[in-house]
Write a protein that binds this ligand. Structure first.
Ligand SMILES: NC(=O)c1ccc[n+]([C@@H]2O[C@H](COP(=O)([O-])OP(=O)(O)OC[C@H]3O[C@@H](n4cnc5c(N)ncnc54)[C@H](O)[C@@H]3O)[C@@H](O)[C@H]2O)c1
Length: 262
């Protein structure tokens, strides 16, 4: 299939996990892929994988929380391929997430990368997409944005501090950002949508989610399914393709039907 033939896509955090799966799939679908990563060896490795499969890719060292870095990333891709058709804001602090760190400094850091990173990257690609009169921005949210019911369980009876809910808050911010940016950028032909994956079996998930919990989540899903990275990539291909031209401002749960069951 060549559903993204001729398109140029920047995928942030594409050095491992879901980002890597998106990058490989986008290249298979004919896109030229900029693997934008803070981890150079991982990013370079993904570029090699794409090239050895016959695809076209470039590694871009990028820190999505650093404004200049995001501007340089967009400029480099535009200089190389003349256009930026798709921005997939996948990068996030997940593998390295300090789940129990409730400090203010750490909350700010998680928000800076997971929530403000997509905003900075959006600002960086905007002039190019505006000039083209078309562009697709896909934000990586998470089912964690909606897990209010879990919050009560996270607060233990003997707790002495209020949790920060850094990760969930950052993804709730991504959802809000998706709606605001869709409303603002639609007039320029720029679509902004988000994917909210359920628990997906990346290395990061295997580190944070015990097998017993993964089994429970599978049983809690309408489809009784464990999600692998390749289960998520097709939705991103759709949102990057012309087939999604009339769709904007949507946060699509790709979670085997966990969220809709409540
Ligand atoms: N795996 C899941 O179950 C799941 C579910 C829902 C949402 N997500 C989201 O999907 C994305 C990828 O998840 P994953 O499981 O592959 O996580 P991961 O932690 O393995 O991958 C994140 C990638 O982002 C990169 N990154 C981190 N900070 C960066 C920065 N400042 N600038 C550029 N790159 C940076 C990392 O180096 C890494 O390659 C994350 O945004 C995560 O929150 C994951």
């Amino acid at each position: 299939m060549n559903r993204l033939a001729g398109k140029t896509a920047i995928i942030t955090g594409a050095g491992q996990g879901l980002g890597r799966a998106y990058a490989l799939r986008f290249a298979q679908e004919g896109a030229r892929v900029a693997v934008a990563e803070i981890n150079n060896p991982n990013g370079e490795q993904v570029v090699k994988e794409i090239e050895s499969a016959g695809g076209e890719a470039v590694f871009v060292h990028a820190d999505v929380s650093d404004e200049q870095s995001t501007l340089d990333m967009a400029q480099l891709v535009a200089d190389k391929w003349s256009r930026i058709d798709v921005l997939l804001n996948n990068a996030g602090i997940f593998f390295d997430l300090e789940q129990r760190n409730n400090s203010l400094d750490y909350l700010k850091r998680v928000l800076e990368v997971n929530m403000l990173g997509p905003w900075l990257c959006t600002r960086a690609v905007f002039p190019f997409m505006k000039a083209q009169g078309k562009g697709k921005i896909i934000n990586q949210s998470s089912g964690a944005a909606w897990m209010y019911a879990m919050a009560g369980y996270a607060m233990r009876a003997d707790a002495t501090e209020v949790p920060s809910f850094h990760y969930s808050l950052s993804k709730a911010g991504v959802n809000a950002h998706t709606h605001y940016m869709a409303a603002a950028l639609g007039q320029f032909g720029i679509n902004v949508n988000a994917i909210a994956p359920g628990v997906t079996m990346t290395e990061a998930t295997k580190k944070h989610v015990p097998d017993s919990m993964a089994g429970m989540i599978k049983m809690m899903s309408a489809l009784r399914k464990t999600l692998e990275p390749d289960d998520i990539t097709g939705t991103a291909v759709f949102l990057a393709s012309d087939d999604s031209d009339p769709i904007t401002g949507q946060v699509i749960a790709v979670d085997a039907g966990v969220t809709m069951l409540g």
